[in-house]
Ligand binder design. Structure first.
Ligand code: GTQ
Length: 351
């Protein structure tokens, strides 16, 4: 009689035998599958605008907006290279349009935001209405709406694109179509949707035109900044966020897009914030001023000084702490609406 095989060998034998049947033991991976706390593969990353801009301008020399369809440099998380993702669920890129160019009309299930970084006078057209872009404006392209971008003014225009591409890919729920014409026909005067929905009023009859997405295409910077400035002066400061507001869908009071939440925050001069972490990873675009962000996870710590037009990503459950000697304004977006819809959003504010 042979001695019975040791348990470890029996287990390995089982794994090998069942492997061709696409079977694998849970107990070997359970801890990683259900971690005690979020454990993202993403890392904090930083893109200085004066380093990125020359590559964008070179892109402008080697390909037209029309050829590229969208001439964008993708901001890839260093640990997700090749996946066109800045976090596990979100995409970010910097799009360039030059005077005289058109980025042709198409539509897709993915929701998109534009946050204008440099230059003025380009437009985005959504559903027959054009919106002129100015630095700091937050503009929405709702899921499945026709959109094209164009530029009839003078200087290059660059904006941050934020999309839910990785999330839609995860659900295998993406559809897209090209329009029959390059630029969609303009059917409404610029500002119509803002007049209808952007003044704390709404039409008496009729359903929301874009379902769960805000009917406001553009949230002008001037107004958002004015709100923050007044609050900074007249209301108590938050020790973690300074003065921070979220953009709203005026019909629901909820997030402007079902998958992406957007924020604008102002840190006063001399601000030294406390740290906080949340399950939603966020992408930041610096609008004005200067500051510093310290991001930490476990033993690791990253520290970055930022200035206007710089971009950075704070991954899920990484503690971020902001400070600013001279004051600054930051735009950010994250997948928080989805966390909240699923009841899995967590936040921890350290003091
Ligand atoms: O402008 O429609 O950065 O479809 C990536 C995919 C922008 C856009 C991106 C897109 C767009």
């Amino acid at each position: 009689m042979n001695a019975p095989l040791p348990t470890a060998q029996l287990r390995q034998q089982l794994y090998r035998d069942m492997d061709p049947h696409n079977l694998t033991p849970l107990w070997e991976v359970l801890h990683a599958l259900v971690p005690p706390q979020p454990r993202t593969p993403c890392v904090p990353a930083f893109w200085r605008y004066d380093e990125v801009r020359p590559y964008l301008m070179r892109a402008g020399e080697v390909i037209t907006a029309e050829e590229a369809v969208r001439r964008v440099l993708i901001l890839e998380n260093p640990k997700l290279r090749g996946q066109s993702a800045v976090t596990q669920s979100l995409y970010a890129g910097l799009q360039l349009i030059l005077p005289g160019e058109v980025a042709p009309s198409h539509r897709h299930t993915q929701s998109a935001l534009r946050f204008i970084v440099e230059g003025s006078g380009a437009y985005t057209a959504v559903d027959g209405e054009r919106t002129t872009m100015r630095p700091g404006d937050f503009i929405i392209t709702p899921s499945w709406t026709w959109h094209d971008h164009g530029h009839e003014a003078r200087d290059p225009v660059v904006w941050l694109d934020g999309l839910d591409i990785p999330m839609i890919r995860f659900f295998d729920a993406g559809f897209a179509q090209n329009d029959t014409s390059k630029s969609q026909q303009v059917t409404r005067t610029e500002g119509t949707s803002f007049a209808r929905y952007g003044h704390n009023m709404a039409p008496v009859r009729g359903a929301a035109p874009h379902g769960r997405t805000s009917p406001i295409f553009s949230y002008p910077y001037e107004r958002s900044r004015e709100a923050l400035e007044r609050l900074e002066r007249d209301a108590p400061l938050d020790a973690w966020d300074g003065t921070k507001l979220r953009y709203v869908n005026p019909i629901t009071g909820g997030w402007p897009m079902p998958t992406i939440g957007t924020f604008l925050q102002k840190l006063p001069a001399g601000f030294a914030g406390q740290g906080s972490r949340q399950t939603d990873g966020a992408v930041y675009s610096v609008v004005e001023g200067e500051g510093e962000v310290t991001v930490s996870a476990g033993e690791q710590e990253w520290r970055c000084a930022f200035g206007p037009r710089d971009h950075f990503v704070v991954p899920s459950w990484h503690t971020a702490r902001f400070s600013s000697e001279k004051g600054c304004v930051l735009f950010s977006f994250s997948d928080r609406p989805v966390h909240e819809a699923l009841g899995i959003h967590h936040e921890e504010r350290l003091s």
